[in-house]
Write a protein that binds this ligand. Structure first.
Ligand SMILES: [Zn+2]
Length: 268
C-alpha cells in the first residue's frame, strides 16, 4: 500500500538574509511524520505539530534562520532529532539539542531520503520524498530558490560544491521542489538551470575583470557587478571570493588569501 504523503508548508517570519524575510517550515507526513527546518516558534507551526505529532525532526542545515524553533519543538514532542554525521557538535551548538541519530548520503530519515548538498553550508542536506501521486519531491533548503539567488560565500561555503550539488539534484529529475524560502517550485529543471546560468555569468564576469588586470578583490567586485551594491557589498565580496577560490582550485586563477589578490593563470 502506498501511504499518502502529505506536505504542509508554513512560511514564518525569521531574521534571514533571504529577501522573503520568511523561512518555510515543513511537516511531512507519510508512513512516519517529520518536522523539517523549525525556523521559529510560531502559532501555525504549533498547530501543525499538534496535528501531525512528528516522529522526527531535522534541518537542511544549521543556520539560525532554519533552526531557531528546534529546541522548543524537540522538547514538546517525542520526536527523534537527526543531524548529518560529523556535524553533531555544530548542530548541538546551533540548536541547543544534541542529535539522537545521524544520517549520511542516501540514508532514510523518517519519510525522506538524505541527499548531501554542500555549498551554501558544508552541512547542507536536501531530502527526497515520493508523493502519493507518483511525483517525486525534493526539499532543497538554501540550495534552490525560485527568485534571486542564495548566499554562497564565507569560510563554510564552497562554490564548486554548490554547483555540483545543483547538478546532483537536477539529475534526479524531481517533479517539485520545496525550498527553504519562497514559493514551491513546479519547474525544478528551469529553476536549477537559472541558478547555474547565474553563477556561470558571475564567474565569467570575475574572469573578465581579471583579464582586464583587476587584481585586488574590491576592484574585481566593482567590475564583476554592474549594479549599486550599497547594503549588499559584503555579500557580493564574499561571493566573488568564493568564485575565485573555485577558479584557484581548478588551476585557472592564482589566489593569495593573505594579500587578497588574484591573477589569471597562463594569461587566459
Ligand atoms: Zn542558510
Amino acid at each position: 500500500m502506498i501511504q499518502q504523503t502529505d506536505i504542509t508548508r508554513i512560511s514564518v517570519p525569521t531574521d534571514t538574509v533571504a529577501t522573503t524575510e520568511q523561512t518555510n517550515v515543513y511537516l511531512i507526513d507519510g508512513d512516519e511524520s517529520l518536522l523539517l527546518d523549525p525556523a521559529a516558534r510560531h502559532p501555525e507551526v504549533d498547530a501543525a505539530v499538534e496535528d501531525h505529532d512528528p516522529d522526527h525532526i531535522t534541518a537542511t542545515h544549521s543556520h539560525p534562520d532554519h533552526i531557531r524553533g528546534l529546541t522548543a519543538y524537540a522538547f514538546e514532542t517525542d520526536a527523534t532529532v537527526w543531524a548529518p554525521v560529523g556535524y553533531e557538535n555544530r548542530f548541538a551548538q546551533s540548536t541547543g539539542v544534541y542529535p539522537a541519530r545521524t544520517f549520511r548520503e542516501s540514508h532514510r530519515v523518517g519519510p525522506m531520503t538524505a541527499i548531501e548538498t554542500p555549498g551554501h553550508a558544508s552541512d547542507h542536506t536536501a531530502f527526497e520524498v515520493d508523493l502519493a501521486d507518483g511525483r517525486s519531491a525534493i526539499f532543497t533548503g538554501d540550495l534552490v530558490v525560485d527568485e534571486g539567488s542564495v548566499v554562497v560565500g564565507g569560510p563554510d561555503a564552497d562554490m564548486a560544491a554548490y554547483l555540483d550539488s545543483l547538478r546532483r539534484v537536477r539529475e534526479r529529475d524531481p517533479d517539485v521542489l520545496y525550498p527553504g524560502h519562497g514559493p514551491v517550485i513546479d519547474d525544478p529543471i528551469d529553476a536549477i538551470d537559472r541558478l547555474v546560468d547565474h553563477r556561470e555569468a558571475r564567474e565569467q564576469a570575475v574572469l573578465d575583470a581579471l583579464a582586464a588586470n583587476a587584481e585586488e578583490v574590491d576592484e574585481i567586485v566593482d567590475r564583476a557587478y554592474e549594479k549599486d551594491l550599497s547594503g549588499v557589498y559584503d555579500l557580493a565580496r564574499k561571493t566573488v571570493v568564493a568564485h575565485i577560490r573555485k577558479l584557484d582550485a581548478e588551476g585557472r586563477v592564482r589566489w593569495d588569501p593573505e594579500t587578497e589578490q588574484a591573477t589569471l593563470v597562463g594569461g587566459q
